[in-house]
Design a protein around this ligand. Structure first.
Ligand code: 7XF
Length: 401
């Protein structure tokens, strides 16, 4: 449902990111969409209110499930991902948990890739399992292993990130979606690292896309939000259950506004993040203190060919290991002056963090070892500062390593 009749801005990605679904003429000519700070909506009659609750009449009822700014954001995200409908919620974890709790029941199985953001991994391996859902963890980069697990466990959902957090491992979206569909499962892709500016999983066969919109979609490190995009029937089920009574994890009207603002520059920002990250990945690869670099844009990266096939750019995230392992990594992080020590990613600021002790500390040490997240790994989210300044800071922090 949309209360924004204008579709005048069909067109290229950037045009839709700026205009899709919004007609200023409907809002006093206001160039940016209004923020409706309301929790509830007046019914024009008792019968109208009843009909809305019965789902027989469209309209806004109560702010937990829908707000006009949220609807515009959802339409715009659906347009950018090439999906039928979207749902915006309070965080990336809210998006994933609302989806999982709506689409799964006790007795169901899920098969997930072994490299996931730490709390997504925790949700699937420790959270859902409390309620009788079985989770199988497999390396989706090994298509034979993925096929064996998916055929054996016949899951309802198959879930993965690509590129994945934190090792940037690439997963073949079309191949995994085909395997999922063989057993009637939905293929769900977390597209946080690539964003629809660089990768559109639905066009490659995925059924649903989820996002931590906190990252590149917002782009400015000033909000927490999440989204699910896919077929309208599934999205409205997730709104009606996952959002309405399973999580109640509503996006705030002001957050929806900030996200709409961030989206306007998404394509431009992803180009700059990608170009700056490519240059830094190459510098790190050539540096004597660096043992290994994980970046999809490097020709010797194992997922490079797949990245060229399913992405239109390689993104802003790099992971790398120093020769001196964890000790050298900590020293490197402490020597940085411009680059900021912080978790999260996709901000204007270049951020650095240590997955084993931070974003992936929900994995046991044994799981990290088993799934290729080494203790010496450092993750860099390359920001939008002057590229030479980021490079200089990294080079000075690598001196005497
Ligand atoms: O609930 P959030 O908006 O923080 O999103 C959760 C989430 C979901 N998917 C991916 C691929 C993510 O990277 C995240 C959050 N990751 C941050 C990070 O890796 O730095 C969280 C900081 S602890």
């Amino acid at each position: 449902m949309t209360s924004h009749p204008s579709n005048r801005a069909e067109g290229g990605f950037a045009t839709r990111a700026i205009h899709h679904g919004y007609d200023p003429a409907q809002e006093h000519g206001a160039l940016t969409p209004p923020v409706f700070m309301t929790s509830t909506y007046a019914f024009e009659s008792a019968e109208a209110g009843r009909d809305m609750f019965l789902g027989q009449r469209e309209g806004y009822v109560y702010g937990r499930t829908r707000n006009p700014g949220q609807s515009l954001l959802e339409d715009r995200l659906a347009s950018l991902e090439g999906g039928e409908a979207g749902l915006a919620v309070a965080s990336g974890m809210a998006a994933i948990s609302a989806l999982a709790w709506t689409l799964l029941a006790a007795g169901d199985s899920v098969v997930v890739n072994n490299t996931l953001y730490g709390n997504s991994f925790a949700l699937f391996t420790r959270g859902l399992t409390k309620f009788g859902i079985r989770t199988e963890v497999v390396d989706f980069a090994d298509l034979d292993a993925a096929a064996t697990a998916i055929r054996a466990h016949r899951p309802k959902l198959v879930f993965f990130e690509t590129p994945s957090n934190p090792t940037l491992k690439l997963i073949d979206i079309a191949a995994i979606a085909t395997l999922a569909h063989e057993v009637g499962a939905l293929a769900v892709v977390d597209n946080t690292f690539a964003t629809p500016a660089l990768q559109r999983p639905l066009a490659l066969g995925a059924d649903l896309v989820v996002h931590s919109a906190t990252k590149f979609l917002g782009g400015h490190g000033d909000l927490i939000a999440g989204a699910v995009i896919g077929p309208k029937a599934i999205i409205e089920r997730i709104r009606g259950q996952g959002l309405r009574f399973l999580t109640g994890a509503t996006i705030a009207p002001m957050t929806a506004f900030l996200l709409l603002r961030g989206l306007k520059t998404l394509e431009l920002r992803m180009e700059r993040h990608s170009a700056s990250a490519q240059a830094i990945a190459e510098i790190l690869s050539d540096h004597k203190a660096v043992r290994g670099v994980f970046y999809p844009g490097l020709a010797n990266f194992p997922g490079h060919a797949l990245a060229r096939q399913q992405m239109s750019g390689f993104g802003g995230l790099i992971a790398f290991e120093l020769d001196g392992g964890i000790k050298a990594g900590m020293r490197f992080m402490n020597r940085l002056a411009l680059v900021t020590r912080a978790v999260s990613l996709g901000d204007a600021e270049t951020l650095v963090q240590h997955p084993a002790s931070m974003t992936h500390s929900t994995y046991s040490a044994e799981d990290r070892r088993r799934h290729g997240i080494s203790d010496g790994l450092i993750r860099l989210s390359v920001g939008l500062e002057t590229p030479a300044d980021i490079q200089d800071d990294i080079l000075q922090a690598l001196e005497e390593q």
